[in-house]
Design a protein around this ligand. Structure first.
Ligand SMILES: Nc1nc2c(ncn2[C@@H]2O[C@H](COP(=O)(O)OP(=O)(O)OP(=O)(O)O)[C@@H](O)[C@H]2O)c(=O)[nH]1
Ligand SMILES: [Mg+2]
Length: 308
């Protein structure tokens, strides 16, 4: 068996999470058009007959301005330890950024780097050529593969170039396991994703989701049919945490209309995940300083101790 850990890194919004989801064939990480969507390290496991690749999705690299940012960047460094290679994702629609060069030049000496030039579905051949020739001038990059993570273009080729970096070893995770995300984590991320998706650009994305209760009951009643266990009910009570009263008003919407939309969209996805009816209650809380509050950050799942 050939196995190995491949850590996916890159600037915010480059398409890392879209890529890991496509490679795994399941949604393990949420995606949004806003930068800094991913906040934790997330595993996506791809097992074939003779190989197992453990991909690690990470937050996009940026200069942290608060404790949440510190946690996010620490989780990137932590994820880059003990891996076979780095898969660095460049957003070709934006071209090579200064920060791309800085990262590649700093790390190409320490660790094998494969570069995925992403979003090729949005660019001309000339733009792709410019990005590729800029990358060719960076010393030490092992492989460069143009891809579209969204469309799945050239991902076979990407897997082919990753293969030589894998090691002979024993399978680390069972065949059917494709992530180590807990259901609770996926539930809170799904609520955050729907909130980001439905809110317009006025609301910054510094939101978090805190799950208060997450319980299964065996006495479900009601008319709504769902696939799965019809007797079971999953009860979820969660808070969307934002930073200002004005944001709270937007998240709730006129007469609660926005919050209702978020809950409906999130519930549909969560029902698929848990395989039974879901009763989802959402509230909005304001905490101006949650991104610098150690206690709250730990409660929300951003715990530096997990990175040791
Ligand atoms: N057209 C196109 N859009 C893409 C592609 N890959 C990702 N996107 C879009 O780019 C945006 C960001 O994608 P993500 O996968 O969330 O990016 P990320 O690198 O994980 O971002 P962070 O978690 O914020 O660091 C989303 O709107 C995606 O739909 C691609 O190959 N083509
Ligand atoms: Mg991401």
């Amino acid at each position: 068996m050939k196995t190995g850990f491949i850590c996916i890194v890159g600037l915010p919004n480059a398409g890392k999470s879209t890529l890991i989801n496509h490679l795994v064939g399941e949604k393990v990480a949420i995606v949004s058009w806003r930068p800094n969507t991913t906040r934790n390290r997330i595993l996506g496991i791809v097992t074939t007959e003779d190989s197992q690749i453990v991909f690690i999705d990470t937050p996009g690299i940026f200069k942290p301005k608060n404790k949440l940012g510190d946690y996010m960047m620490q989780s990137v460094s932590f994820s880059m330890k003990d891996i076979e290679a780095l898969l660095y994702v460049v957003d070709a629609s934006k071209g090579m950024q200064k920060a791309d060069y800085e990262f590649l030049e700093q790390h190409s000496k320490e660790i094998p780097i494969i570069v995925a030039v992403n979003k090729t579905d949005t660019i001309t051949r000339e733009t792709l050529f410019t990005v590729l020739s800029k990358l060719n001038s960076v010393q030490g990059i092992k492989e460069i593969v143009p891809i579209s993570a969204k469309k799945g273009d050239n991902l076979e080729e990407l897997l082919k170039v990753i293969n030589p970096f894998l090691q002979d070893g024993i399978q680390l995770y069972p065949d059917e396991m494709y992530t180590d995300n807990t259901l609770r984590f996926m539930v809170s991320e799904t609520i955050r994703e729907k909130t980001l998706y439905l809110l317009n650009k006025e609301v910054p994305h510094e939101l978090s989701v805190s799950i208060n209760t997450f319980e299964f009951r065996e006495d479900a009643k009601g008319k709504r049919e769902v696939q799965g266990d019809s007797k079971r009910l999953c009860e979820i009570n969660a808070d969307i945490v934002c930073e200002r009263q004005s944001q709270k008003a937007i998240i709730i919407g006129k007469g609660g209309s926005m919050l209702k939309k978020i809950a409906t969209e999130a519930r549909k996805d969560i029902e698929e995940m848990v395989g039974c009816k879901v009763f989802l209650e959402l509230f909005v809380k304001v905490d101006e300083h949650w991104r610098d509050n150690d206690y709250l950050l730990r409660e929300l799942g951003y715990n530096k101790k997990d990175l040791k």
